[in-house]
Design a protein around this ligand. Structure first.
Ligand SMILES: [Zn+2]
Ligand SMILES: [Zn+2]
Length: 308
């Protein structure tokens, strides 16, 4: 879609009723940190409104994003912030991301590339994120969902403590399979979504406590699984890290009720809305005050935006 067409559809979206986001559905307003930008403006609002979500952080990629985001923000004032990502193996990655921040992006992400978590490509992004004072959201995955999918930001469990130490001024937001499977100390990359009881003392759990610069993005089936697999672990985990966890959906369903959702690695989630599933687990696993922090309060502090 070119810019003119986009603005036209954005204007059409503005004609939709302002909505329907019902703070009372979840007992607190909800901010979705991890929402992939959709080219049709109305499709973005359909997911937020359907799932009872007030605001979302749009994850975008590439230089074309700024104009599209601005059009959506104009169509739905106050409901969207955005992050930008760019191929970290390209020589102009730093320049492109710096430009995105100048254009209003409030973070880098999601960073999802076939490179090592402690390799030179991502290291220069960690340094740039610190320099620009924006957080960096990283997808960690060591197990294919589909044949030959490949791995992303590899080596989390073995190398990331050294990264956290070496970049104390960088705000890291961890996400995806390897980040969340490592809440359990017995994880050795054997499954995308390990089931059953959590063995206490996993690196993700420890590092969220040990490093002030590490936060957790609870989106996707991985985040859902980490808090759904062992209720005896979850309540205390949420309590201990109540200031470090951020709700996100990473849901691709159309309507905020599960239409069209299909993750080949997680058949039981087919036809469900990941946002709704995770908000439901959070709600039944913790106090209203902690739910409010994870669903709403923490992200506003992290992005330095008013919680209104
Ligand atoms: Zn991801
Ligand atoms: Zn959904």
């Amino acid at each position: 879609m070119n810019r003119r067409d986009f603005l036209k559809t954005a204007a059409a979206a503005a004609a939709f009723p302002a909505l329907a986001q019902d703070a009372h559905e979840w007992g607190a307003s909800v901010f979705d940190l991890h929402f992939h930008f959709r080219p049709q403006p109305a499709a973005n609002l359909a997911h937020l409104d359907g799932a009872g979500i007030a605001k979302a952080n749009l994850l975008t990629r590439g230089r074309a994003a700024a104009d599209q985001v601005k059009a959506l923000q104009a169509a739905a004032p106050g409901r969207f912030t955005w992050f930008n990502s760019y191929d970290v193996t390209q020589p102009d990655a730093e320049q492109a991301l710096t430009q995105a921040v100048k254009s209003g992006a409030q973070g880098f992400g999601e960073m999802k590339f076939h490179v090592a978590a402690d390799g030179p490509e991502l290291r220069r992004m960690y340094a740039l994120a610190a320099e620009l004072r924006v957080p960096i959201l990283i997808h960690f995955q060591e197990v294919d969902h589909t044949p030959n999918e490949g791995t992303w930001s590899t080596g989390f469990a073995k190398t990331f403590a050294a990264v956290l130490k070496a970049h104390p001024r960088t705000t890291f937001i961890g996400h995806a399979d390897a980040f969340w499977a490592n809440v359990s100390a017995d994880y050795h990359d054997e499954a995308a979504y390990p089931a059953g009881p959590v063995t206490r003392g996993g690196v993700t759990d420890r590092w969220l406590g040990d490093y002030a610069n590490l936060f957790g993005d609870m989106s996707a089936v991985s985040g859902n699984n980490a808090i759904a697999r062992d209720p005896s672990f979850t309540a205390d985990f949420l309590k201990r890290h109540q200031d470090k966890l951020l709700f996100g959906s990473d849901c691709s369903c159309r309507d905020g009720h599960g239409a069209g959702y299909d993750n080949p690695a997680a058949p039981p989630m087919a036809g469900k809305c990941v946002a709704r599933e995770t908000l439901s687990v959070l709600k039944r696993s913790t106090s209203p005050a902690i739910f409010q922090k994870i669903a709403w309060g923490n992200v506003h502090g992290l992005l330095r935006i008013p919680a209104s």
